[in-house]
Design a protein around this ligand. Structure first.
Ligand code: ADP
Ligand code: MG
Length: 685
């Protein structure tokens, strides 16, 4: 029955069926798995005298008075009494007919939120209806509130889902998970329960997602999600990729020319990559390395292997500043080796852009470095062998995959190397990156000193300014980072400009530079190189410097309003200092008053410089969408599962998913369809 169309249900005509289909609901099964977001309790009538502020309740009573009151706003005020007490209903929008229907003595049943008003307990715009017959029944189950889209009302969802659930009685929807003793709740029963919980259901537990019925379904959803990522990987593996054997001599020559020795961790990760590239299957490897661990060098080693095998490499960075920095590094490293490079950013225009595109499609450019501009439609390569995505958390899955389709079909898929400094807690990576192999650079280059971090109240701003002046007077360099929650480049730029002006007034002798997202690339480059050369001592910046900027002599960073940012992002910013020999410091200049919670959150940074620990804390406090970056959230939109609330399910998720893939692979497809429905395009790209 599960695959029957919703059109067989009562009340579903072509128009509604069309709207449902647009929303991804086509079959009865889709309806069954369209699960409520929350519940209202309309199963009992609350005596007015016991109504508590904030509760959503049903009350029933007689109208004592209904008057139009002309206060600040014209409103209809109705007094209702039920023998235990009286309550006021307020309507700010009402019709004459409505007022006339609420005459004295009319018996009403109302549903709404109890609030405290000038006359005691009140309800604003309650749902209400006249009670004609003394004992007309109340609801027999909690009222589900469904996720919805414009044009489909709650009552429609309720009617549709109730019909789908009613049909569950006869023919069962298939149980697809292997039996699990820890979560034995039966599927049919769980669906039943969650669409229509009984009057005595534990609302609190349901709200927190801890009910066994919810756990059972969340487990299945996470398994389905994991399976869909595994399938994505299998599909890519089926395509094949060019085998690019390792080039130890070239790599040794490259290393020998460096001013330092690669760390053990860098060598290990590179050899993992080298082995992947040598296979005729597309590598899909995620390299995690804390900020400053030297991921760029690892990318260079991988690129060298592909290029020496006669293939092209695309390196994509999320910001112009970072792409620019990579261009600079790779020029120094690769030009002596005779490797040709190209550059493409959103601001490459006209002839420059045309020339770059021509050199890419002809194969003349072996290494192409750029921003998002690299996955635009008219960008083509001749023999793309490797795609490197830096700071992956800034991109979505789609963008990453769009780039892998840039190779010509007969070559197969390019290999993929994904790099991130946002350490993904193991639990989360199981769901978010189940399609990737993971390498970890767990060692920093030698000679780094940990950054000391202080929390300072913004009322002591003048002291901090003096500290910056003192550091710069000793020949050191500093960052002053301005934060805003708004994504708007313009507002951020204005805030940074204002700060730069103010600091320049306070410290007239100091050479201050300013960098933000609104500057032209040439201007940015000028400021950055002046800071690199030491000409500029203090760099006032927006969070554009979050990734990539690398100036070893900078040893002090002030971050204004750090309470606005996530911990992982602050850690990343802080990683701009502590790159040289001298002791480095980071001042978190917070706006007081700071909540106890906010203080505790920022203290995590004072206590630790371990990106993994910090990310784990961030995950606990803010959820996966934030940790992975907002662009990834599409991936993490679950119907019922919630992370980190359901973290404890993840170990079972992994083992169930493994069992299914090894012993019951035919179950994967129906599980994925059931849970991802119309979102399957994710897994198919
Ligand atoms: P991230 O992992 O944050 O991308 P980078 O690749 O930008 O780090 O490297 C940070 C800095 O460390 C750069 O200046 C780089 O040249 C330097 N570096 C990388 N590897 C080593 C090493 N093995 N020894 C010393 N310095 C290194
Ligand atoms: Mg980097």
């Amino acid at each position: 029955m599960a695959n029957q169309s919703v059109e067989i249900l009562h009340g579903v005509g072509p128009a509604l069926a069309g709207k449902l289909a647009d929303y991804g609901v086509r079959s009865l099964q889709d309806l069954l798995f369209h699960l409520p977001l929350r519940y209202q309790d309309r199963t009992r009538i609350t005596p007015i005298a016991t109504a508590r502020e904030g509760d959503d309740i049903v009350v029933e009573g007689d109208v004592m008075a209904a008057d139009v009151v002309f206060g600040r706003r014209r409103s209809l005020v109705v007094r209702l009494q039920d023998g235990s007490g009286t309550l006021t209903l307020r309507f700010f929008h009402f019709s004459a007919a409505q007022k006339n229907n609420l005459s004295c003595g009319t018996r009403l049943r109302c549903f709404g939120q109890a609030r405290r008003g000038s006359s005691g307990i009140e309800m604003y715009h309650p749902e209400y209806r006249q009670v004609l017959d003394e004992d007309s029944p109340v609801d027999t189950s909690l009222t589900p509130i469904y996720p919805t889209t414009s044009g489909i009302g709650q009552s429609q969802w309720r009617k549709l889902c109730a019909q789908a659930v009613a049909r569950l009685e006869g023919e069962e929807v298939h149980e697809l998970l292997p039996p699990n003793e820890r979560y034995p709740y039966e599927l049919t029963r769980a669906l039943h329960y969650l669409h229509a919980p009984p009057p005595d259901a534990p609302l609190e537990q349901l709200r927190e997602g801890r009910h066994p019925a919810q756990l059972r379904l969340a487990l299945e959803e996470l398994v389905a999600h994991n399976l869909s990522l595994c399938r994505l990987r299998e599909n890519q593996q089926r395509e094949g990729a060019p085998a690019l054997p390792s080039q130890p001599q070239q790599l040794d020559a490259f290393f020998a020319a460096l001013p330092f020795n690669p760390t053990g961790a860098q060598r290990r990760v590179l050899s993992e990559i080298a082995a992947d590239l040598a296979k005729p299957l597309p590598m899909m490897r995620l390299v995690q390395g804390d900020v400053g661990s030297g991921k760029t060098l690892v990318a260079a080693g991988a690129a060298l292997q592909a290029i020496c095998n006669g293939y092209q490499v695309a390196l994509m960075a999320p910001t112009e500043i970072l792409a620019e920095q990579h261009r600079h590094n790779f020029q120094q490293w690769f030009e002596p080796l005779g490797i040709t490079m190209e550059w493409l950013s959103g601001r490459s225009k006209g002839k420059r852009r045309a020339r770059a595109l021509a050199r890419m499609v002809s194969g003349e450019a072996s290494l192409v470095i750029g921003t998002h501009a690299l996955f635009q439609d008219d960008v083509e390569f001749s023999r793309l062998g490797l795609v490197v995505v830096d700071e992956q958390h800034r991109f979505g899955v789609h963008q990453r995959l769009a780039l892998t389709r840039k190779s010509s079909p007969e070559e197969g898929q390019p290999h993929q190397l994904i790099m991130t400094a946002t350490p993904i807690p193991r639990t989360l990576s199981m769901v978010a990156y189940a399609d990737l192999d993971v390498s970890i650079i767990d060692e920093l280059p030698p000679g780094r000193s940990p950054v000391g971090t202080a929390l300072i109240d913004s009322s002591r701003r003048a002291e901090v300014v003096n500290r910056v002046a003192a550091a710069c007077a000793e020949g050191r360099q500093a960052y002053w980072v301005c934060t805003l929650i708004e994504e708007s480049d313009t507002l951020q730029a204005q805030a940074a400009e204002a700060t730069a002006t103010e600091l320049q007034q306070a410290l007239p002798a100091l050479r201050i530079g300013l960098v933000h997202g609104r500057l032209k690339p040439a201007e940015k480059e000028l400021v950055m190189s002046a800071f690199k050369s030491g000409e500029v001592s203090l760099l006032v910046a927006t969070t554009v410097i979050e990734v990539g900027v690398d100036v070893a002599n900078a040893s002090l960073m002030v971050i204004e309003n750090p309470e606005r940012l996530g911990l992982a992002q602050l850690h990343q910013l802080r990683g701009r200092v502590g790159r040289g020999e001298q002791a480095s410091h980071c001042v978190l200049l917070y706006q007081s008053p700071l909540s106890a919670n906010g203080r505790q959150r920022l203290s995590v940074l004072r206590e630790s410089t371990d990106g993994f620990y910090i990310a784990e804390k961030d995950l606990q406090q803010r959820g996966p969408g934030e940790v992975l970056g907002t662009r990834q959230t599409g991936l993490m939109e679950f119907r019922i599962a919630e992370l980190p609330a359901h973290n404890h399910l993840l170990d079972d998720v992994q083992s169930i998913s493994d069992t299914i893939r090894q012993t019951r692979p035919e179950l994967a497809e129906p599980l994925i369809t059931r849970w991802t429905g119309s979102r399957q395009h994710f897994a198919k790209v």
